[in-house]
Design a protein around this ligand. Structure first.
Ligand code: SF4
Length: 120
């Protein structure tokens, strides 16, 4: 097992990946699949924030990581999530979005199906 913030390194040497946010796994599956088609908005934002020579600016993830002392029962990514809806007031568990791909997001399947519109 390798724990790293270096997504490039992870992509090149791992077969499976687990993405953590606020101390919990929020997406998990085959590395190639998760990195090519993320189903959880945090994973998407993380990948969008990677340096890209074709872009003139880095895309930061809006907001700040949560305060672990005040985590409630909502999805921990909700304050930063452009896809948040009312259902996100309840924390999702890992939901299967494929045979071996899971994401902790109420809208994961919509995101994978590319029908989820950002709302914020
Ligand atoms: S459950 Fe809601 S707030 Fe959490 S990542 Fe998914 S859309 Fe965003």
């Amino acid at each position: 097992m390798l724990i790293s913030h270096d997504i490039g390194a992870i992509a090149s040497i791992s077969s499976r990946i687990a993405v953590f946010y606020a101390g919990k796994i929020v997406e998990m599956g085959p590395s190639e699949q998760v990195l090519r088609e993320p189903a959880m908005p945090y994973t998407k934002a993380l990948l969008n924030a990677l340096p890209d020579p074709s872009k003139t600016r880095l895309e930061a993830i809006k907001g700040y990581p949560p305060d672990f002392t005040t985590l409630g029962t909502e999805c921990a990514f909700r304050p930063r999530c452009p896809y948040a809806i009312e259902a996100c007031s309840k924390e999702p568990g890992l939901i299967s979005v494929g045979a071996v791909h899971q994401a902790a997001c109420w809208r994961a399947q919509e995101i994978l199906d590319r029908v989820a519109e950002p709302v914020g």
